[in-house]
Design a protein around this ligand. Sequence first.
Ligand SMILES: *Cc1c(COP(=O)(O)O)cnc(C)c1O
Length: 385
Amino acid sequence: MTSLEQASSSPISEEIPLARPDITEREIEAVCSVLRTFRLSLGPKLEEFEGKIAEYAGVRRAIAVNSGTSALHLIIRALGIKDGDEVITTAFSFIASANCILFEGARPVFVDIDPQTLNIDPDGIEEKITKRTKAILAVDVFGQPADWDRLQRIADDYGLKLIEDSAEALGAECKGRRAGSFGDMGVFAFYPNKQITTGEGGIILTDNEEMAKLCRSMRNQGRGEGSEWLHHERLGYNYRLSEINCALGIVQLERIEEILAKRDRVAQAYNRRLKKLEGVEIPYISPRTTRMSWFVYVVRLSDEYSGEDRDRVLQELRRRGIGCRNYFSPIHLQPFYREMFGYKEGDFPITERVAKATVALPFYGDLEEEKIDYICAALREILAS
Ligand SMILES: *Cc1c(COP(=O)(O)O)cnc(C)c1O
């Protein structure tokens, strides 16, 4: 009996979650210490967290906010994107990367993806550029950077702003340069399923001092630098990130190499077990990706299993206590996008074909080998039945 067969026949004692944050006593201690200071917002932890993230990403300024979605929203506003404008982006992403464009009344214009990297296909962009196009917003999908050289060239050629949604790619590198540092402005996000977490949180990254100031003001009710608490220079929001969240983020960032290494080990353990499994395609890593930062572990089922059969696979995995998900569900096919823009099936064929075939398996740094064995054996068994 191989170890896989053994693992498959032994029931696991608990459900295996799809994701789990990597929290140690150090994080718990850091959060408790902040509470003891009574300084819970706009304090030293915010500045320290922003400084450390900026340094890590290799940008001049970082502005922490209460979610990745808030970070994207402030970028759209800071760049002056408004009603009547268009932003070129991808439908193979989390909904927030397109919604942030809608928040300001602008229109997301989708371009299909590269079938291997799952990132926006630069070849499809130029034909979508109109005189209303203001920016390109590209996403580093699943922790793999987009083709930033080509995206920057197109942005330069047409005088467009370039935005990097790196919510899933903290720590990744494209040709030796860190994700988050590409384009005019970028974001990381810190929801508990991301590489590092602050509970909830996000951060804006930029080299542009003016944009940084504007974002800092807008996250804090439009207050000016050093101005009175009840003096508001512009329309702003409460997108502040508390000291408690920042203290958690600081420790997470100090542990980043350890956290990324653990995640890489889990991804490699899956790869070894699944690379020869028929009907399953393991994640593709582009030669441009000099460092992958694993956000999720997503396999693709071959055409014979895609669609309803894929959904059966997800169901069967869940019945065995294995957390899993289709990743992503295309943005253009979400009910309100169909309603607003008349999108329908067939509009972005590669995005749709990939979306019908994906299975995200449980993925977090502390996932034990024996559970990986169990998950892979279950997948093999389900595909064979
Ligand atoms: C997680 C994520 C976001 C948004 O982050 P929140 O902190 O949940 O608001 C944005 N874009 C992408 C691609 C993401 O994966």
